[in-house]
Structures are given as structure tokens and as C-alpha cells.
Design a protein around this ligand. Structure first.
Ligand code: FE
Length: 288
């Protein structure tokens, strides 16, 4: 039976300062309540003000037990890590980093030709059985992300499947769908998603109407907002007549495991967090 998901909540991102003084919009961060299971954090970097001071970025820091997903639209993020990887995540590129048992990396945003930096970082949890797995990266260049168009809707599919097209990021435990979706003015997007999955839409351009399956009424949403959907089998989003709407569509299977977040680590128990700190102190955090 088809049921339209309800609109559980609309989050207005808060400005926070992270790293060595990076201003960003945070929709949610890691919390033991794990409300967005399997997703832990969603940050939006947007530095568009030329009078803003120097961009300091995120100097070397560890991660354990999670995946960090960086999607850039403008500017670049220079990165370097304990596996010996080094490079730039440029406009349209994606880096899907699976920290597993441990990685040390630095992430340094740099302005593009327009002077702007614009991008997103999503954190995805790992299930207990994979938290201590070997770290790995999937680096995806802009050209290798398929663009699909259907009935006035254009999407870049990073992971998972949309309109019969699969994104290049594979073998992620949370079975995510991650896509950059743009609905043309007045057009509608109806999409079935696995009923057990957590579903979010981060609206970053334009405005539209999100149909709430519970009330049968639409809810007006404009950029920038994070929409959390409730239970159901599909979502209905319509762009306003006067504007397109663009959003990151985020869906994934919850692990339903207890979590203990501590800064850049997310484990299942307090003991595992203590072990991460011991490993860092002893120099055994990164396994050669
Ligand atoms: Fe990081």
C-alpha cells in the first residue's frame, strides 16, 4: 500500500564554529539520542562574504567509527591523511571517507574563482561490526556522477539509485541514497523510498511545497532548511510556480544500535571511546 510520508519536522540550521574557527550551518550533530539514525551530522559550509577573515579549515584530526561525506559545489577542500592520500575535492566532486578503526586527516577549504566556498559534509554511522574495519576512501570526480532528468526533475546521484540510475559510491553499510535534486518551477517529484529508511531533504536553493501524508496538506519550505520525513512509502515535493527548488536527498537504513559520540569519534560504548583516546595517546590509533 502506498502511503505518503508525513513531515516530522523542519530544522533551521544553527550557525556554529568548528575546526580552527570555521563558521558553518549545522542542521544536526552527533548525539546519543541518535534521532536521525544512520545519519549523525549535516553541515553546510557557505563562506560568501569576502570580508570574512582567513579560512582556517580543519587541521589534522582523528576519526573513528564513522563515514564522512564531503560534497562541494564551489571552491575546493584540500585534504591529506594518515594513509598517504592527498588531493583536492573540487566543485561537483565527492569524497566518501570510511574511517573504520582510525584515520588522521586535515581538511582545508579554499575559495573558488567567485570567492565563494559552498559545500556539505554528512556523517554516516557505521554498524558495530564495521567500526574497527580498515579505513577506506571513495573519491568521486564531478564527471563520474551521473545526471538523470525526468519530468522537470534533474538529479545528480552520488550513492544509491534514483530514476533507475545508480550512483558511483558503493558498498556503504547504511545503504544510502544521496542525491542532489533540482525540481523545475511548478514541477513535482514523487519518489518511493524503502519504508524502514530514515529520509531527509536539505533544501539549499529555492522553495516548494512538501505534502504531509498525515494531514493531506502541503507544508511550505524554503532554503535553507532540513526536512525530516516520518513513516510512509513515498515523498511528494512540488517546486513553487515562481521558483525551482534544490535539495540534497538523504535516505538510509537505521542500525538501531546504541551510540556514544565523542568529538570526531562515534562508538557504541564508553569503553570504546576510552580505547580510542588511549590509542591516540599511545600512537596506536592508526594501524600501519
Ligand atoms: Fe574530518
Amino acid at each position: 500500500m502506498t502511503t505518503i510520508r508525513n513531515i516530522k519536522q523542519i530544522i533551521h540550521p544553527q550557525m556554529v564554529i568548528e575546526g580552527a574557527g570555521v563558521l558553518l550551518r549545522r542542521s544536526f550533530g552527533p548525539h546519543k539520542s541518535n534521532l536521525f539514525d544512520p545519519f549523525l551530522l549535516f553541515d553546510h559550509f557557505a563562506f560568501n562574504d569576502p570580508i570574512e577573515g582567513p579560512i582556517r579549515g580543519f587541521p589534522t584530526h582523528p576519526h573513528r567509527g564513522i563515514e564522512t561525506v564531503t560534497y562541494m559545489l564551489e571552491g575546493v577542500v584540500r585534504h591529506r591523511d594518515s594513509l598517504g592520500n592527498m588531493g583536492e575535492i573540487g566543485p561537483g566532486d565527492v569524497q566518501w571517507m570510511t574511517s573504520g578503526r582510525g584515520i588522521l586527516h586535515e581538511e582545508m577549504p579554499r575559495r573558488g574563482p567567485s570567492g565563494a566556498i559552498y559545500g556539505f559534509q554528512l556523517w554516516v554511522n557505521l554498524p558495530a561490526r564495521l567500526k574497527m574495519s580498515p579505513p577506506k576512501y571513495q573519491e568521486v570526480t564531478a564527471e563520474s556522477i551521473p545526471i538523470v532528468e525526468r519530468d522537470g526533475v534533474k538529479a545528480r546521484v552520488v550513492a544509491g539509485e534514483l530514476f533507475g540510475t545508480r550512483g558511483p559510491v558503493r558498498e556503504i553499510a547504511a545503504e544510502p541514497l544521496y542525491a542532489d535534486v533540482e525540481i523545475g518551477p511548478g514541477r513535482e517529484f514523487i519518489q518511493a523510498l524503502p519504508p524502514e529508511h530514515t529520509v531527509l531533504a536539505y533544501v539549499f536553493e529555492g522553495s516548494g511545497q512538501f505534502l504531509n501524508g498525515e494531514t493531506g496538506h502541503s507544508v511550505a519550505v524554503q532554503a535553507v532548511s532540513m526536512v525530516e520525513f516520518g513513516p510512509g512509502t513515498e515523498i511528494h515535493i512540488q517546486a513553487d510556480e515562481s521558483s525551482s527548488i534544490r535539495f540534497m536527498l538523504i535516505a538510509g537504513a537505521p542500525f538501531r544500535e546504541p551510540i556514544v559520540p565523542y568529538g570526531p569519534f562515534v562508538m557504541n560504548t564508553v569503553e570504546e571511546i576510552q580505547q580510542a583516546l588511549i590509542d591516540l595517546r599511545n600512537g596506536t590509533f592508526v594501524q600501519a
